[in-house]
Design a protein around this ligand. Structure first.
Ligand code: G4P
Length: 527
């Protein structure tokens, strides 16, 4: 196959949702349809029990599971699908944000009973930043949920994206009859089944006035469906693939993941319309996937579970050209060449050595500490891929070394954990105080535990009253220097040596912004 054909074949995506909406269940059903697993129940939920956040065994288990299911590759109807897993626990949201930089599209799962929840809103913000195409799956139609029109309005309002239903539910809960696919003009009748793959239950109904519809679902439901479809077709613009691909409009499907219902409709439409790997930007130029020379970037690093072998797996998203095992590639940040002999590909539930990979694929590389998140590998290309920003953390604590004999180990451990993206380290210009910033409180426990068990270093965390870490810029160099001088005590460096302003409170940040109108403050490291 030519590289163009390989690219056309590939669909690389992630599923996002608020915990409990059904992401794990949907993942499992997609893998079942793809023939990648044989029985339901094979995909373990990667969520940490929210009542056991201090149970370290749980944290370790989470790490083990998440490496096994980080990337699930499978073939479906002639397509190669790469499904990138995202952690369910909100304290690991930053990990999810980064994974979203490596996908070409996402499927968003919404619980029809609970509607749009807070974590969904946050994840959608990240998708909007990058105009990632989104498909929505409204799940749990076997329960009495909210009115479909209300759900659609809520999605548009809270998630800031237009929607276009491509299937429509016929009732819900106890009287749920099925869905009508507006995309394929087919009726699918609901049968509750947790095990079966219902693939041959489609009834083609191109004209909704067909009396067959009344026979199948009863006159009343048929009447309502006709009215609903008329309303939907009248109220929403015709579905256009371009507006989906530009991230403006999200096609919506209804179903019940646990019952395998509506999942195939979603998948069939997905492989039709979801984008294949596209061009991506480095800080020097735009790179097309079909370019002959390989390049890609690292979006995730996973430490070895066994502390005795402290090698790590770096996940590379191939963006252009063909990756070849055993080749020597150029590491742009270190300006150095490395040979990667033991590359791994990820298939559902297993890892295997691979010889080649194409744009859209994810390759696992064993690393001994040379790679970090955001690094670009290439065949000499000097530009770094853009779009792997750090987000301002939500919680900050100061690291206090509690074992002076192990200072070196602490430094090393902290550096490696930060390279993995467990948290962000900010080092104050004055006094070299170290602030660790995270999205959730759970990370501090993970860091403390791993520093002790993997590096033999012990530390404690002291409370810090900080609101946000802001990256800042100004067109006026003089004003920038003035600002740095005046706020010197509150300036720190991030992992890449960029200066950040550590704002203590919202009100204070506002005041500083008013006092320094020539300075632009940013909440992500890329602007
Ligand atoms: P998550 O990964 O998004 O956190 O959600 P997950 O798939 O684990 O699903 C959360 C719960 O919702 C699970 O129940 C799951 O069985 C249930 N669920 C998923 N899809 C549907 C659906 O279509 N209808 C209904 N009624 N429930 C659904 P649980 O009680 O937490 O676990 P389990 O013991 O049932 O697996």
């Amino acid at each position: 196959m030519t590289i163009q054909e390989e690219i056309k074949k590939r669909r690389t995506f992630g599923i996002i949702s608020h915990p409990d909406a059904g992401k794990t269940t949907l993942t499992e059903k997609l893998l079942l349809f793809g023939g990648a697993i044989k029985t339901a129940g094979a995909v373990k939920s990667n969520k940490i029990d929210r009542h056991a956040t201090s149970d370290f065994m749980e944290i370790e288990k989470q790490r083990g599971i998440s490496v096994a299911t980080s990337v699930m590759g499978f073939e479906y109807k002639g397509r190669k699908i790469n499904l990138l897993d995202t952690p369910g626990h909100q304290d690991f949201a930053e990990d999810t944000y980064r994974t979203l930089t490596a996908v070409d599209s996402v499927v968003l799962v919404v619980d029809c009973v609970k509607g749009v929840e807070i974590q969904t809103e946050k994840l959608m913000e990240v998708c909007r930043m990058r105009n990632t195409p989104v498909m929505v799956f409204i799940n749990k139609l076997d329960r009495e949920g909210q009115d479909p029109y209300d759900l659609l309005d809520e999605i548009e309002e809270k998630l800031g994206i237009k929607v276009r239903p491509l299937s429509w539910p016929i009732s819900m809960g106890k009287t749920f009859k099925g869905v009508y696919s507006l995309y394929e003009k087919k009726l699918k009748l609901f049968t509750a089944s947790k095990q079966k793959l219902d693939t041959d239950n489609d009834i083609s109904i191109t004209d909704l006035n067909d009396p067959k519809l009344d026979e199948l679902i009863g006159e009343n439901y048929a009447k309502t469906l006709r009215e609903d479809v008329e309303l939907v077709d009248g109220g929403y613009p015709e579905f256009e693939i371009e507006t989906y691909r530009s991230g403006e409009v999200a096609p919506v499907f209804f179903g019940s993941a646990v019952n395998n219902f509506g999942v195939q409709e979603l998948l069939d439409c997905f492989i039709d319309i979801a984008p294949n790997p596209m061009k991506r930007e480095t800080d020097e130029r735009v790179i097309e996937p079909e370019e002959s020379k390989f390049s890609g970037f690292i979006f995730k690093i996973h430490a070895n579970m066994d502390p005795k072998h402290r090698n790590r797996i770096a996940f590379v998203r191939v963006c252009a050209g063909t990756f070849q095992r055993g080749s020597t590639y150029y590491h742009t940040r270190l300006d150095k060449k490395f040979r990667f002999s033991n590359a791994t590909a990820f298939m559902a539930q297993s890892k295997e050595i691979i010889d080649e990979a194409w744009p859209g694929d994810i390759v696992g590389l064993y690393d001994t500490g040379n790679l970090k998140i955001g690094d670009t590998l290439s065949e000499g290309e000097k530009g770094m891929y853009k779009g792997i920003p750090s987000f301002s953390p939500e919680i900050f604590r100061e690291v206090i070394n509690t074992d002076a004999m192990k200072t070196k180990q602490l430094e090393k451990g902290l550096k490696q954990l930060m390279d993995e993206g467990v948290a962000q380290l900010f080092t104050y210009e004055m006094g070299a105080r170290k602030a660790v910033g995270t999205v959730g409180a759970l990370q501090f426990e993970v860091i403390q535990h791993r520093l002790l068990h993997e590096y033999g270093a012990s530390c404690r965390f002291a409370q810090m009253n900080l609101f946000k870490a802001c990256w800042f810029t100004s067109k006026d160099k003089k004003k920038l220097d003035e600002f740095i001088k005046s706020k010197y005590r509150h300036i720190a460096k991030d992992k890449d040596g960029q200066l950040v302003f550590m704002a203590e409170s919202k009100a204070w940040l506002q005041m500083v912004q008013d006092n320094f109108p020539d300075i632009d403050f940013h909440f992500t490291s890329e602007f």
